[in-house]
Ligand binder design. Structure first.
Ligand SMILES: Cc1ncc(C[n+]2csc(CCOP(=O)(O)OP(=O)(O)O)c2C)c(N)n1
Ligand SMILES: [Mg+2]
Length: 361
């Protein structure tokens, strides 16, 4: 009988799809109200970001970038969710969510500096509402509850939006964050990009729960699972979550079912040791760019010519941004110390003097 209770809850979490793998609408009522220009802009961002991913991997291999977590495959989850937000919304990304930061206003050369481990990559511009990418899995969920509560107390009509992965939902911070935000009805959107793996650990070994979206139930917040390769499903869910949050109805947990084509990061894991070629091929057929392109072409809104223009534009921007990042003054040890402390402890004050002397030579 108790098994039945669990099944009843779990069966309520069916994956929402609006645009299927063939680029056809399967849920007419829920197609988002986006103008032709908006649809084209979303496609432009996805193509641009796919190129940015390819170039970032190449630059990493050339030794010109440092830490990099590939994004290809996750464009709909990342960019269609971000597309439903406004400039005044506050972003709390994870390490794979650099594209959302860029489309929220982070200059590309700063994203490259973040990758190179330079502190200026983490200096979010004054007019931009965001924190730097979080490396500690799940920590951003707690921070998001706090930022969202702060926004509510200040009467702001905006939301705090965060991203983590499937693995992140096993962290204590995940539960604390959604629970706290839930009880205060804080205007937060918690996005879980379920790409099936936490480095090499498959989703099935992460939790016995059938969906990650159902974790919302325990926190008394709304939860929804969407096709994370479907721009319309991701956009519609995020837009809905934003409206609810702004209306004082509290947070939403969105699970996007997606896949990362590349390795976990460029720091050395080999996906062929934990994923089969069949699985890769299965997911390649669900590609978010291919199905959105098919849809747009059927409406005469996209062409190869337009796509090539975006590709050239992205390559040119990337070329200039990496040059700018490489020209940027190197990070000094004194910068590191000065950035960490407002008032230096005595032993560091001593080291500061030592390094100042060294660096002035
Ligand atoms: C608290 C903490 N534990 C472990 C790690 C090491 N680590 C880095 S990424 C990762 C897997 C995260 O997987 P998931 O949440 O699914 O996100 P994905 O990388 O797939 O987007 C782990 C365990 C970490 N960064 N922080
Ligand atoms: Mg994952």
């Amino acid at each position: 009988m108790l098994k039945h209770v669990l099944e009843t809850v779990e069966n309520q979490f069916e994956m929402l799809q609006i645009l299927n793998e063939e680029g056809k609408i399967v849920n007419e009522d829920l197609v988002p109200d986006l103008s032709d220009d908006e649809l084209k802009e979303l496609m432009r961002r996805m193509v641009y970001t796919r190129i940015l991913d390819q170039r970032s991997i190449a630059l990493n291999r050339q030794g010109r970038l440092g830490f990099y977590a590939p994004t290809a495959g996750q464009e709909a989850s990342q960019l269609a969710s971000h597309f439903a937000l406004e400039k005044e919304d506050f972003l709390l990304p994870g390490y794979r969510d650099v594209p959302q930061l860029i489309w929220h206003g982070l200059p590309l050369y700063q994203a490259f500096l973040f990758s190179k481990g330079h502190f200026h990559g983490n200096q979010i511009p004054e007019d931009m509402n965001a924190l730097p990418p979080q490396i500690i899995i799940g920590a951003q969920y707690i921070q998001t509850a706090g930022v969202a509560l702060g926004m509510k107390k200040r009467g702001k009509k905006a939301v705090a939006v965060t991203y983590t992965g499937d693995g992140g939902t096993s962290q204590g911070d995940f539960y604390e964050g959604i629970n706290f935000a839930g009880v205060y009805k804080a205007p937060a959107i918690f996005i879980v990009q379920n790409n099936g793996f936490a480095i090499s650990v498959p989703r099935e070994l992460q939790t016995n729960a059938k969906t990650l979206a159902q974790k919302a139930v325990a926190a008394g917040i709304e939860g929804i699972q969407v096709d994370g390769m479907d721009v319309f499903a991701v956009y519609a869910a995020t837009k809905h979550a934003r409206e609810r949050a702004i209306n004082g109805e509290g947070p939403t947990l969105i699970e996007t079912i997606t896949y990362r084509y590349g390795p976990h990061t460029m720091s050395g894991d080999d996906p062929t040791r934990y994923r089969s070629e069949e699985l890769d091929n299965e997911w390649a057929k669900k590609d978010p760019l291919i199905r959105f392109r098919k849809y747009l072409e059927s409406k005469n809104l996209w062409s190869e010519e337009e796509e090539n223009k975006v590709i050239e534009e992205a390559k040119e921007d990337i070329k200039n941004a990496i040059k700018q990042a490489e020209k940027y003054p190197k990070q000094k040890v004194t910068d590191l110390i000065a950035n960490m402390f407002e008032e230096l402890p005595s032993h560091l004050a001593e080291q500061m003097e030592e390094y100042k002397a060294k660096e002035s030579k």
